[in-house]
Design a protein around this ligand. Structure first.
Ligand code: URA
Length: 240
């Protein structure tokens, strides 16, 4: 990485509210000041020391203009639920209802998600309700026409998602749909291949499953059954 690239990188994190980052020791003894920094330079620890959801929300600001999604959004949808939860659900981005209300998963897909969480937990004898988990999205502003977020939008807003996850430090994350899976696992592999197995984001267990909107389509009965299986696995892992 050149000095100029490094400066841009640091400015980017500063803009996100990260004031301090730490360099792990550079492995090559030849890397001295003034030389080009090698790829072994580990950049961010991403989150400021003692980061909190409140600080992250403040860093986003009330009128975030970091990407083009600001142009059509009404409300920034940060996240909701138990901020100390051991389980975080991550979706793609707000839809029309979420954009209007400012909370994630409050439309039809959200109602299904609530049912899935509460019915599965109740059947499995796990005493949790939706407010006991934390729910958020990869991007915090509604993409026009509910299109899939673009890579640069995911990258910019994804840094806030990462800070949210590091601040909460759940025991497990449930990534719903391919956008969440891609943001957390950096893979282009589809949900069908990834679902039902444990993956990792940093040192946190990640279960990938279908997005509730996909399950709302009438012909996806098999996927519905599989999503229930995935959820059972997550709930038992977290709450047993
Ligand atoms: N779909 C999402 O991915 N997130 C929401 O908040 C609502 C619908």
């Amino acid at each position: 990485m050149t000095r100029d690239e490094l400066r841009k990188h640091l400015n980017f994190y500063q803009d996100l509210g990260v004031d301090e980052i730490y360099l792990r020791p550079i492995s090559s003894p030849d890397s001295v000041e003034g030389a080009t920094l090698t790829a072994t330079t580990a950049i961010p620890s991403l989150a400021p020391e003692g980061d909190t959801l409140l600080k992250i929300r403040q860093d986003i600001g009330d009128d975030c203009r970091r990407c083009r999604l600001c142009e059509a959004r009404s409300k920034i949808v940060f996240g909701s639920g138990n901020e100390q939860s051991s389980l975080v659900f991550v979706g793609e981005g707000p839809g029309a209802d979420e954009d209007a209300q400012g909370f994630p998963f409050v439309g039809r897909a959200g109602q299904l998600l609530t049912q899935m969480i509460e019915n599965t937990a109740s059947k499995e004898g796990i005493p949790i309700r939706r407010p006991d988990v934390y729910i958020c999205n990869v991007v915090k502003c509604r993409p026009p026409e509910n299109r899939t977020p673009q890579p640069d939008e995911m990258e910019i807003c994804g840094q806030f998602l990462f800070r949210q996850l590091m601040a909460i430090r759940p025991k497990a994350i449930c990534a719903m749909g391919s956008t969440a899976a891609k943001a957390l696992l950096g893979t282009k592999e589809g949900v069908t291949k990834l679902r039902g197995k444990w993956h990792k984001w940093r040192d946190i267990q990640v279960m990938v499953t279908y997005h509730p909107s996909y399950l709302l389509r009438p012909y996806n009965q098999d996927a519905k059954r599989e999503a229930w299986e995935d959820l059972k696995k997550v709930l038992h892992f977290v709450y047993d």
